[in-house]
Design a protein around this ligand. Structure first.
Ligand code: NAP
Length: 271
C-alpha cells in the first residue's frame, strides 16, 4: 500500500512532462494519491489533460493564479468534487524574461510586482483557500531555489520572489500549525524545464551545480517528486516551516570546486 493511499491532493503547475510538478505527480500517484490539476490557457490543456489521464485523473480545471476570481472558482470546484483536501503542491513561478538576465538593479516596478505576485503571493492565495478544505494532517509544499538565499547570476528578481516565498512558507506554517496543517518548501537543484529556460545561461548554471554538488551531479524531477511525497505524507508529521534542499548537496558546499570564476589577480588566483 502506498504512503499517500486514500489522500486527495492538488498539484498546480504542470505545463508539460518536463515540469517538476509532473515529477511530483508521478511519485504521488505511485504512492496511491488521487490528484487534481490546473492548467493555464487552452494550449496547455491539450498537454495537461493526457498527462492527467495517464495518472488516473479527470480533474483538470483552469486556473491563472494571478486572478482571484479564478482562484475562488477553482477551489469551489475542488470542494464540489471532493469536499475535502489532504495536500496542495504549488509549483508555479513567473517573471518577465528581461528581468532574468543582466543587472538586477534594472528591474522595472511592473516586472518586480509580477514576479512577486505570481511566484510568491500566489502560494498564500492558494494556501488560504486550500486550508479551508483541510483538516489536521493536511500538508502543503511549494517549490523554491537557492537564489532565495544567494545572489545567483541572472536569477535576479526571481531570487527576491523566492525569498518572499520561503518567508511565506514560515508564516503559513505558523498560521496553519494550530489547525494541524503543515507547510514546507523544497529547494530543488537546477532542472531543465520551460520556466528554467527563461533564466539566461541556465546551461552553465547546471554545469556548475553538477560540479559543485556533493553527489557530483544534478538532481532529477523524480528525486524531487519522491522528496515531495515524504513531505506530503504522514511520515513527515513532525516537520513544518522547513526549506528542504533536494539539490544533491550543492548548498552545503563552497560552489564549484572545479572552475575558477574569480578574475585574474583576485586573491584566489594567487594562492
Ligand atoms: P515549468 O514546468 O515551466 O512550471 C512552471 C509552471 O508555472 C507552469 O506550469 C506555468 O504555466 C505555471 N504558471 C506560470 N504563471 C502562472 C499563472 N499565472 N497561473 C498559473 N500557473 C502559472 O517549470 P518548473 O521548473 O517545473 O517550475 C516549477 C517550480 O519549480 C517553480 O516555482 C520554479 O521556480 C521552481 N524551481 C525550478 C527549478 C528548476 O531548475 N527548474 C529549481 C528550483 C525551483 P505556463 O507554462 O502556462 O506559464
Amino acid at each position: 500500500m502506498g504512503i499517500l493511499e486514500g489522500k486527495k491532493g492538488l498539484i498546480l503547475g504542470v505545463a508539460n512532462d518536463k515540469s517538476i510538478a509532473w515529477g511530483i505527480a508521478k511519485s504521488c500517484r505511485r504512492e496511491g494519491a488521487e490528484i487534481g490539476f490546473n492548467y493555464l490557457g487552452e494550449t496547455l490543456l491539450k498537454r495537461v489533460r493526457p498527462l492527467a489521464e495517464s495518472v488516473g485523473s479527470d480533474f483538470v480545471e483552469p486556473l491563472d493564479v494571478g486572478d482571484d476570481a479564478q482562484l475562488d472558482e477553482f477551489f469551489a470546484r475542488v470542494e464540489a468534487r471532493w469536499g475535502r483536501l489532504d495536500f496542495l503542491v504549488h509549483s508555479i513561478a513567473f517573471a518577465g524574461k528581461d528581468s532574468l538576465k543582466g543587472n538586477f538593479r534594472d528591474v522595472s516596478r511592473a516586472d518586480f510586482h509580477l514576479a512577486l505576485d505570481i511566484s510568491a503571493y500566489s502560494f498564500v492565495a492558494c494556501a488560504r483557500r486550500a486550508a479551508r478544505l483541510m483538516g489536521p494532517g493536511g500538508s502543503m509544499v511549494t517549490m523554491t531555489y537557492l537564489g532565495a538565499v544567494r545572489a545567483i547570476p541572472n536569477y535576479n528578481v526571481m531570487g527576491v520572489a523566492k525569498a518572499a516565498l520561503e518567508a511565506s512558507t514560515r508564516f503559513l506554517a505558523f498560521d496553519l500549525g494550530k489547525d494541524g496543517i503543515r507547510v514546507n518548501a523544497i529547494s530543488a537543484g537546477p532542472i531543465r524545464t520551460l520556466a528554467a529556460s527563461g533564466v539566461a545561461d541556465f546551461r552553465r548554471l547546471m554545469e556548475k551545480n553538477a560540479r559543485g554538488a556533493m553527489l557530483r551531479r544534478n538532481v532529477t524531477r523524480e528525486e524531487v517528486g519522491n522528496a515531495a511525497v515524504y513531505l506530503l505524507s504522514d511520515w513527515s508529521s513532525g516537520v513544518t516551516g522547513e526549506v528542504h534542499y533536494v539539490d544533491a548537496g550543492f548548498n552545503i558546499g563552497a560552489g564549484d570546486p572545479g572552475v575558477e570564476d574569480a578574475p585574474s589577480g583576485a586573491p584566489s588566483d594567487r594562492t
